[in-house]
Design a protein around this ligand. Sequence first.
Ligand SMILES: [Zn+2]
Length: 270
Amino acid sequence: MTGVLQVSDLPRAPGVYVFHGEGNLPLYIGKSIDIRSRVQSHLRNPDEVRMLSQTRRIEAIETAGEIGALLLESQMIKTQSPLYNQRLRRVKKLCSLQLIDEPDGSKVSWVDDQTVQPGITPDLFGLFSSRKAAKDKLQSLAQQHRLCLQLLGLEPANQRGCFGWQTKQCAGACTGHESRADHDRRLRDALRDLQVHTWPFAGAVDVVEKRGDWLQKHRIHNWGYAGTWCSKRNDFIDKHLNPTGFDADCYQILLKPVLLQTLEIQSIST
Ligand SMILES: [Zn+2]
């Protein structure tokens, strides 16, 4: 590493840091609530020797809080694709399980965002990168909760009952040993933790973070990040982002703060 690197100049504050290589190429982008100590731990990590030997400069972008750091990190990784970041790559297709109540019982299907809109379509469960991954999850839930493979559409109808019934892994909704209503109630319970929450506001909101008299407002619409307004600039950082698209990373980052209202949320009048 060269002498250009001055870790002692990095802030002990929340934000995003970037390891830059030759020609300003981004090698790694990370976030922390304490940028300096996080970068120091990279420097002590023997597994990262290769990346560190390529590093020419470390950049720090302070944020007013942790949510701003998470949103910025996720957005920068997607747009800059750093060499050493493994996670948070852009997912091409978002898939889910969809539960639809029909007169003869609940039906589950594995769908993608060509046909449903995460954040808007109700009764979606799980966010997967392929329809196969969604179907595999349903298969494992069926096993765990003794649900019926036939009723879930994982197996063609068969009068002798599903394969699970024959191996005692289905509670018997296919053979009349369990009522359809009981089966469907257990299905909904099994899916509950995977629920993709619909956007609970009429339009865009600002999620507010403060540090001292520094104010940042992260504009979010349908679990998509539309940029951050910063009081230091009295303007937006990155206002070019698509404000209406559902984003799985943004969803994970904001689900708790939005549902539990742990941060101030201001609705936008447009
Ligand atoms: Zn069955």
